[in-house]
Write a protein that binds this ligand. Structure first.
Ligand SMILES: O=P(O)(O)O[C@H]1O[C@H](CO)[C@@H](O)[C@H]1O
Ligand SMILES: O=c1cc[nH]c(=O)[nH]1
Length: 287
């Protein structure tokens, strides 16, 4: 028998919805497509046969409906792993906690969660316009300093390699995405990669606008890393948080990346929405 989770720890709104996502369990499908940008939710749900629910609070916008008869939720998370921590904790609570009794349910429900996001390539051979499925996510943020995690020896080796390459004062984290979803979605034009998740878009990804990054050669250091054949491919801001939280909470999670920038050739795609749309249509067909 699990303990009652107090009102201050898992917050339920007066209408019975969960605090930040503003959702009730019945509004959530078991397959969820996630995006960073709240406006991207409608650019996916416009392909639905019908939309049964639209809910919004802060950066968390949800549309639930059906695509070719399959029930799906599309949800936005905003940017960064701090948002992903809130997002996945509350998403999991909607299916694995009885919100009336505030107890963990005896039967665990697994969600299929696919991130459809944008990303920058750190490899010349992965051009702007490519689509990448993240096999591993490596987090340069400190979110996992606050959770008790278990990782495989390969994940630990990669994390240590990245720490040494960047001479960081803390250990980054590394987690594998869902094998099941990789098999299902990494096909056609989608290539496999390993994604670095950064706690920012500019300095932490080696961009210099007015401020000097502390690690100005971060791209070269990360792109040059080789841990027994393991190579990093692209930068973004959420994947590692998804993979770590998803594994701890027991869900299938995959991150798909529309490469909009190549940091080596300095290119940015002419029409980012068109690249994202290719990834959206692929995801809707195969999820
Ligand atoms: O396009 P989204 O999903 O927001 O993903 C990427 O784009 C944002 C930065 O522009 C970050 O959230 C990064 O992870
Ligand atoms: O270079 C990029 C492009 C998209 N998103 C990122 O975080 N970085």
């Amino acid at each position: 028998m699990s303990n009652v989770i107090p009102a201050s720890e898992l917050i339920i709104n007066p209408d019975g919805s969960i605090y930040h996502l503003n959702l009730k369990p019945e509004f959530l499908a078991s397959s969820v497509i996630t995006v960073g940008d709240p406006e991207r939710v409608a650019s996916i749900s416009k392909y639905f046969d019908e939309i049964e629910a639209k809910v919004a609070k802060r950066e968390f916008v949800t549309h639930t409906g059906t695509y070719k008869g399959k029930r799906l939720s599309v949800m936005s998370t905003g940017m960064g792993t701090d948002n992903i921590e809130i997002f996945l904790t509350e998403l999991d609570a909607l299916v694995n906690i009885d919100l009336q009794t505030r107890k963990v349910k005896d039967k665990h429900t697994i969600l299929n969660i696919v991130r459809v996001g944008t990303s920058g390539s750190m490899r010349e051979e992965i051009p702007a316009g490519a689509l990448v499925a993240s096999e591993y996510g490596v987090g340069l943020d400190t979110l996992m300093q606050y959770y008790v995690t278990e990782s495989t020896s390969k994940e630990k080796e990669v994390a240590k390699g990245v720490q040494e390459a960047l001479r960081l004062h803390f250990t980054p984290y590394c987690f594998h995405g869902s094998e099941i979803l990789l098999d299902r979605l990494c096909k056609g034009e989608i290539i496999k990669g390993n994604t670095v998740t950064c706690p920012g878009f500019f300095g932490p990804q080696g961009r210099e606008v007015r401020l000097k990054p502390a690690i100005p050669d971060i791209i070269e250091r990360l792109a040059g890393l080789d841990v027994d054949g393991f190579r990093l491919t692209n930068f973004e801001m959420e994947t590692a948080g998804y993979y770590a939280m998803g594994k701890m909470l027991g869900h299938e999670v995959l991150s798909l990346n529309a490469i909009v920038a190549n940091r080596i050739t300095k290119e940015f795609v002419d029409d980012p929405a068109a690249v994202v749309d290719r990834l959206i249509l692929h995801t809707l067909e195969h999820i």
